[in-house]
Write a protein that binds this ligand. Structure first.
Ligand code: AMP
Length: 369
């Protein structure tokens, strides 16, 4: 069995590292020339994406067939990010299955379409307007509002917080296209749910995870999330099940939510393994990466049961692996990427007998740095 992944980043790396012990071979489509291939070097075949005809927005049939051959004729293709070229996936679909489906990736790669999907399924999300002027939007939504680019934004990039009339007027002078403006949510905290759906429709959920962001970027996750009632947990699982079934989804999906009192509001979906699920590498019987591979390969899903309280700290902008982090109950995962400001270069997972000790150990490491 061979699985090809679009992208050569850390998620591709960790998917391959989880799938290789199952006897699965990997190939990687290098579709972003700004990114080097160091993360996946040595883990399988790496092949550049072909060029696309700029006028027709299509790939040459022969180039796509050559790509499929060069990838080692994979049994299926998956993605490590939502911003992939759908035309390339459509062309490759002539040769093998694409998981999750192209429709699922399409729905999650555009914030406007994602909001429509959530609304159609009656899943709460913050009210929004599509491509309205900021001055119009604040009349409906009030201050503050967040502007988010529909396709280019991740880790808080391409987002603008509009707090007053001056901000709104300034935003309206910018030449920005394809964006949503959404009401700012005064949330109590942020959580995410990671789940996996098998080809046969079986769905398994991981524990809800507490997430902390700094300037829109995830810095720390802890699972299980604290002070979550059974009702809230079931609410999250119910939203996830309706999304996965609606999209006839295969693989791992992540759903990021705001908690407001005893209610959830979905902020964002990711049609892939997710940073807030990295803790599962140490804290679960089967991690998100292995379960994604199992679902794609048609193998039995592994248990998502949690072993003990687990936390994750992202390593951002540090030149060398922080070996001091390695401890009896802490593991380092270094991605082998070149250093750039605000770039995630690795993470550390911590596991402990109880949540109090876990928090102390994570706080201790943050202080030591
Ligand atoms: P996103 O790119 O949508 O995942 O946003 C990144 C982070 O920005 C979120 O995890 C929140 O911390 C914050 N954020 C995004 N949207 C909103 C909103 N509507 N109201 C308040 N905070 C938000």
């Amino acid at each position: 069995m061979r699985i090809a992944i679009v992208g050569c980043g850390q998620l591709s790396r960790m998917l391959a590292l989880a799938g290789l012990p199952l006897g699965i071979k990997f190939s990687f489509i290098h579709d972003d020339l700004n990114q080097n291939q160091d993360c996946v070097a040595g883990l399988g075949i790496i092949t550049p994406a072909p060029h696309k005809c700029a006028t027709s927005n299509r790939y040459n049939d022969q180039d796509v067939e050559q790509l499929y051959q060069a990838l080692g004729k994979p049994d299926c293709i998956t993605v490590e990010k939502e911003q992939v070229d759908l035309a390339l996936l459509q062309a490759l679909a002539a040769f093998c299955a694409i998981y999750p489906s192209i429709a699922a990736i399409q729905a999650c790669q555009h914030r406007g379409e994602e909001k429509q999907l959530l609304t159609r399924l009656a899943i709460p999300t913050s009210p929004y307007l599509y491509n309205a002027s900021a001055q119009q939007a604040v009349q409906t939504l009030g201050y503050p509002v967040m502007v988010k680019s529909c396709t280019e934004g991740y880790d808080g990039k391409n987002q603008w917080l509009i707090k007053n009339l001056a901000d709104a007027q300034q935003f309206d002078t910018l030449d920005i296209k394809d964006y949503i403006i959404e009401a700012f949510v005064d949330f109590d905290k942020e959580v995410s749910l990671i789940a996996v759906r098998h080809q046969n429709g079986q769905i398994e959920h991981y524990a809800l995870t507490d997430n902390e962001h700094v300037q829109g970027m995830l810095t720390r996750s802890i699972a299980p999330a604290a002070n979550i009632t059974d009702e809230l947990k079931l609410q999250a699982q119910h939203y996830m099940v309706s999304l996965l079934n609606k999209l006839d989804y295969v693989g791992v999906m992540a759903m990021e939510c705001f908690v407001i009192g005893d209610k959830l509001m979905v902020n964002e979906l990711a049609p892939r393994v997710h940073n807030s699920g990295h803790w599962t590498q140490l804290g679960s019987i089967t991690c998100q990466f292995e379960n994604h591979i199992r679902a794609l390969a048609g193998l039995s899903l592994g248990s998502t049961a949690q072993i003990a309280p687990t936390g994750m700290l992202n390593i951002i902008g540090t030149e060398r692996p922080p070996f001091a982090a390695i401890a009896e109950n802490a593991k380092l995962y270094w991605y082998n990427k070149s250093v750039k400001p605000k770039r995630k270069l690795g993470h550390i997972n911590f596991i402990a007998d109880n949540s109090k000790i876990l928090s102390q150990q994570m706080a201790q490491f943050s202080l030591d740095k």
